[in-house]
Design a protein around this ligand. Sequence first.
Ligand code: PEP
Length: 255
Amino acid sequence: MDHLKKPVIAGNWKMNKTIAEARELALNIVNGWTETGATLILIPPFTAIQEVRRTVNGTEIYVGAQNVFWEDQGAFTGEISPLQLKEAGCGFVVIGHSERRQYFGETDETVGKKVLAALNHNLRPIVCIGETLEEREAGQTLSKITSQLENSLLTLSENDFQKIILAYEPIWAIGTGKNATPAQAEEVQAYIRNLITRKYGKEVADYAIILYGGSVKPANAFSLIKEKDVDGFLVGGASLEAESFLAIAREALRA
Ligand code: PEP
């Protein structure tokens, strides 16, 4: 089992960038990243995966996808399979992003199926969990996190679980400019690590990668990464410019 270098900084480009724009962004990131000691993952839209993969070839920067279906092939119009993502050059795939859950009906059950399918094809899942503002205000944050983990992840074998990257993404912080405070992120992420310890033991929990996501910017990255249980970031908006993505990665490394 290869352990990724922490911090892990993943950029989710969402439904942005043409192929040409994606190539340019990836190239600027490759040229601007001379540091070692962190793991960078670029997550372009499907159409640009191959191009981004070619652009990062020979570097230590990885490529991921934003979604996957659980079947290998067949009559599933509009879906994409783990086999196809592997062939295009992906090593990672985001599963259960809150936008997929909110707009496209994904549930803990479908997230669980996708995670297993990805693992079967040696794609490492980046699984997103997090609460809505209403759930936070009602004091239900930790119970939401518990049920999301129990329903789709904590049933995995220890070997499979170690391949997963978790991303705590409070939904109220995504794309809003209002990040969780370091203390808010740490409370939930320490709780997640504790659940992992109870299920798989301390060694697995220590190695587990738990990212924070939600309005991460160069200006808040350092204070967030200084928290003990924040192992890196899943970045949306600020990953669309090489300068801000690289600045976040450097801040994460500085800690
Ligand atoms: C995300 O979509 O995973 C995300 C964290 O977005 P943003 O950084 O724009 O809040």
